[in-house]
Design a protein around this ligand. Structure first.
Ligand SMILES: Cc1cc2nc3c(=O)[nH]c(=O)nc-3n(C[C@H](O)[C@H](O)[C@H](O)COP(=O)(O)OP(=O)(O)OC[C@H]3O[C@@H](n4cnc5c(N)ncnc54)[C@H](O)[C@@H]3O)c2cc1C
Length: 241
């Protein structure tokens, strides 16, 4: 059995609000922001004013100062199918559990809800996963009889592992990349698994930096319409036309 999806915020850039405020402020300030950073940290201007300033600039689309603050998450209980989608987000850093170094013997796997609730589908799915687990073990035994080193065996046997196989990954994204990630992956068009992940990450980020993330997520919530073509819209909001 796979672990349930777990998303742990490991760390974020220290003083995230003040760092973003100082970066934004430097764009319009004729002095050196470094000279007043201590004041900013101590609350001049106040935290509320800093938050308001940032929220207004985010709305205006001036988002490059958001790149100075990053969040790092550790994620488990997700499938390789999910992480394949996740790593398409190129403006990020990733460290993923290796299938070359960590054995896939008795691998855990994710079961999609549609399969979970269909008894016949679940039977077939479970039988296939168990058959892969068995074959993995058989290949391992065959290779071990030939005295092939463990690492060399598992790096080749991993070719039989399914996209359902559970994995663990650490991801770091800056706030601008996170906004883009949430825009794509909190939308109902994204798959349930990565959508659940994006929604949890979004909640964590909003707790730390509400001025940046309060209005993040699927673009329809802030636009009040769906920017997708009609045939792809979920119906939550009217399409542009
Ligand atoms: C519902 C949905 C369905 C999808 N279906 C498919 C599919 O069928 N097939 C498929 O291959 N992918 C698919 N994708 C993946 C999608 O095309 C993107 O690769 C993925 O969402 C990463 O988004 P991104 O490029 O904006 O993110 P990032 O790679 O993090 O990039 C962030 C932003 O940086 C800029 N950027 C980054 N790299 C470049 C570059 N080389 N040139 C110019 N600008 C750049 C862009 O503005 C980009 O939006 C799907 C995504 C979603 C949400």
């Amino acid at each position: 059995m796979a672990s349930p999806q777990k998303v742990l915020l490991l760390a974020h850039t220290p003083n995230p609000l003040e760092v973003i405020f100082a970066s934004f402020r430097q764009c319009y300030y004729n002095g050196f922001i470094g000279d007043v950073f201590e004041d900013i940290l101590e609350g001049t201007p106040s935290k509320e004013e800093q938050e308001q300033f940032i929220a207004n600039l985010v709305k205006s689309g001036h988002v490059s100062p958001l790149e100075h603050v990053s969040f790092t998450f550790a994620i488990e209980g997700v499938s390789r199918a999910l992480t394949h989608q996740l790593v398409r987000h190129r403006i990020a850093s990733y460290s993923q559990q290796s299938q070359r170094y960590v054995t896939g013997k008795n691998f855990s796997y994710i079961t999609p809800p549609s399969i979970e609730k269909n008894i016949k589908a679940k039977e077939k799915y479970t039988a296939l996963m168990e058959s892969i687990q068995e074959t993995y073990q058989e290949l391992l035994t065959l290779f071990q009889q030939e005295d092939i080193k463990a690492k060399e065996c598992i790096e080749d046997i991993r070719f039989i592992l399914p996209q359902a196989a559970e994995t663990r990954i650490v991801v770091t994204m800056n706030c601008r990349a996170l906004l883009n990630f949430f825009e794509h992956r909190c939308c109902i068009r994204a798959q349930w698994e990565i959508r659940a992940l994006a929604n949890t990450m979004r909640k964590e980020c909003t707790k730390i930096l509400p001025s940046v993330f309060k209005e993040s997520g699927a673009p329809c919530y802030s636009l009040k319409y769906c920017p997708e073509p009609k045939h792809l819209a979920c119906g939550l909001f009217p399409t542009r036309d």
